[in-house]
Ligand binder design. Structure first.
Ligand code: ADP
Ligand code: TYD
Length: 216
């Protein structure tokens, strides 16, 4: 059923997932894409993970160090937050896609594959997210590839609080895990990589050029 959901219905909304290490420019590019789509007369709904649901709020408290728990428990919480993000009655993504709305999300399951497989086997993480991948695969994943040095410099310029994973060595590992996950799932996932070490507008232009075919 999962594959059919993603292929058959021309009137269903598209689902675009933005991926990248912390500070790679995902939220900036989502804003620019939303503005561009609006200018072209296309609506969209933007969202993010972790969400602002009760499960997402617990994750935020863990990420900022206010609550501590085991890495496996964190990974499982992200998987639960994702299922709620897809399926909840108030603003679940699946319902929006079924209504024909295009959804742009800041992070989806590749974030889990990359971040959590630094500490545990990627197989485990993929398995923990299997329901989400069966329910809804992105029309396309956009990976904003950036050097951790550039990303951290941008974060440092604009924010005081550091989160759990915002360290260079960690982000280097996460980037490697993203590449490993893309290679591993290349036959079942659509991934577009853009070079994030450039100006906002250069990146936005490349994303627009590459994505228009998928928005039709
Ligand atoms: P993410 O959502 O991936 O964490 P953001 O879009 O919040 O990344 O960007 C992180 C910081 O870098 C923000 O302060 C943002 O204004 C800045 N930024 C984003 N894209 C660029 C860019 N191409 N060049 C310079 N600074 C950028
Ligand atoms: P956030 O403040 O949203 O960071 P960013 O703006 O960089 O996206 O925090 C999200 C953090 O959670 C980020 O470090 C990545 C991590 N994360 C996971 O570890 N697993 C996941 O499944 C997701 C969605 C995010």
């Amino acid at each position: 059923m999962g594959a059919a959901r993603n292929q058959d219905h021309t009137k269903r909304g598209k689902f675009i997932a933005f991926e990248g290490i912390d500070g790679s420019g995902k939220s900036t590019q989502i804003r620019l894409l939303r503005e561009k789509m609006k200018a072209e007369g296309m609506g969209c709904y933007t969202t993010m993970e972790p969400t602002d649901s009760p499960i997402g709020s617990l994750i935020h408290q863990i990420m900022t160090g206010r609550v501590k728990t085991d890495n496996r428990a964190i990974a499982a919480l992200f998987a639960a937050d994702r299922l709620d993000h897809l399926l909840n009655d108030v603003n679940g993504i699946v319902h929006k896609i079924d209504e024909g709305v295009t959804v742009l999300t800041d992070r989806y399951y590749f974030s889990s594959y990359a971040y959590h497989s630094v500490d545990m086997p990627m197989d485990w993480v993929i398995k923990a997210n299997e329901q989400s991948s069966l329910i809804l695969k992105p029309t396309v994943n956009i990976f904003i590839d950036i050097s951790p040095d550039v990303a951290l410099a941008r974060i440092a310029e604009n924010r005081f609080e550091r989160e759990l994973y915002e360290e260079k060595s960690r982000l280097l590992q996460v980037r490697e895990k993203y590449l490993e996950a893309f290679e591993r799932l290349k036959d079942e996932e659509c991934v577009l990589t853009v070079d994030g070490n450039r100006t906002e507008q250069e990146i936005a232009d490349e994303i627009w050029e590459k994505i228009t075919a998928y928005l039709k």
